[in-house]
Design a protein around this ligand. Structure first.
Ligand SMILES: NC(=O)c1ccc[n+]([C@@H]2O[C@H](COP(=O)([O-])OP(=O)(O)OC[C@H]3O[C@@H](n4cnc5c(N)ncnc54)[C@H](OP(=O)(O)O)[C@@H]3O)[C@@H](O)[C@H]2O)c1
Length: 324
């Protein structure tokens, strides 16, 4: 293996048992050896996704699959520097800066100072790339796959994005505008100025359900909120042709309501796709796709970050940084 001088051990923030944020604790792990097809990354930044705190709490598929695998290091979104490559013909060399969707959904590991990634889950980025890029993989793949693979969004169609100011929604609004769609963005009115800056979007305040009554026809409803709130919004609109609902726990109920209105409806789960990730990285590097970071915190404060996200004290994307 080609690698820099690496320590024998490293620190990571791991779920020691399922529960409240304080179950996220610092552990020490032995430096892994990598196999063919893998790269070893020294993590510079990792971002937090809602699936992280759901898994930490013991909810969902990733938690169920890992209940006998604790402590479990969270984190799918990784930005870092390649420090180990095993294949002679690898497209990566030691020193490359990469962004990766690590081990989605069952393995994870980006809350660690070092993480193993499959080479096909990683994309090289510019050498001067900043830590904010760690906010891209899961949210970006969800936005792109939801709109274009599951939702089949076409230019000139009308797409309603509910949860438009969140991590996925903020990217989805930009991708839909870039694709030539007409965008209706549903968000808290306090977030409307943020969304207005992205381009020509029609805004709806989610606190005022009556605003949904003035909508005519929606080609694609991209639901990022799920549950009763999604159902309350959906029932106000006359014609919805297609719906993609992203939160998995309430997908069945939202799908049923959409189908009852005559829509084609489906839930979704992202799958790693390096081509899509490469395109998204290029858009960020060309200034065509903006990331919205709420807060940067040291990775050792991961439990505090989870607590602040879950109580709503922080809204949006948190980037964990690994500079001591
Ligand atoms: N299936 C998959 O593969 C997959 C992948 C990624 C994410 N997800 C899921 O997708 C969901 C969104 O993820 P995210 O990272 O974008 O979450 P997020 O950053 O927490 O964003 C959620 C957004 O929804 C807004 N919101 C709350 N109530 C609303 C309402 N009634 N109408 C419209 N907007 C409302 C929030 O606004 P406030 O700040 O005002 O509350 C926030 O801006 C999560 O449930 C996540 O677990 C699933």
């Amino acid at each position: 293996m080609s690698q820099n001088n690496l320590p024998a051990q490293f620190k990571a923030m791991a779920v020691t048992r399922f529960g409240a944020p304080e179950v996220l604790q610092q552990i020490t792990l032995d430096m892994p050896t990598i196999s063919s097809g893998e790269i070893l990354i020294k993590t510079l930044a990792a971002s937090i996704n809602p699936i992280d705190y759901k898994t930490r709490a013991g909810l969902g598929w990733a938690a169920a699959q890992n209940e006998n695998n604790l402590p479990f290091v969270l984190g799918y979104d990784c930005f870092g520097e390649v420090v180990g490559v095993v294949d002679e013909n690898s497209p990566f060399t030691v020193g490359d800066k990469v962004v990766a969707a690590v081990g989605f959904p069952l393995q994870a590991g980006a809350y660690g100072e070092y993480v193993v990634a499959h080479g096909e889950d990683a994309v090289k980025v510019e050498a001067n790339q900043a830590n904010e890029i760690s906010a891209l993989p899961v949210a970006g793949l969800t936005a792109a796959q939801g709109l274009f693979e599951f939702g089949q969004l076409q230019a000139n169609e009308t797409v309603l994005i509910s949860g438009a100011a969140g991590a996925v929604g903020y990217l989805a609004v930009q991708l839909a505008l870039d694709a030539g769609a007409n965008v209706i963005a549903v968000a808290n009115c306090k977030d409307h100025p943020l969304l207005t800056k992205l381009g020509n979007v029609k805004l709806i305040d989610y606190n005022n359900l009556d605003e949904f009554n003035r909508l005519d026809e929606v080609d694609l409803w991209f639901d990022l909120i799920g549950g009763d709130q999604a159902l309350a919004q959906l029932k106000r609109v006359n014609v919805v042709k297609r719906l993609v609902t992203v939160p998995t726990i309430t997908a069945q109920a939202v799908n049923d309501a959409a189908v009852a209105k005559g829509a084609q409806a489906q839930g979704m789960l992202i799958s790693p796709n390096v081509e899509i990730l490469r395109n998204l990285v290029a858009m960020v590097e060309n200034g065509k796709l903006k990331l919205n970071i709420a807060k940067y915190m040291n990775f050792k404060l991961a439990a505090l970050a989870h607590q602040q996200l879950e109580t709503g004290e922080i809204k949006g994307k948190v980037v964990l940084e690994f500079n001591d």
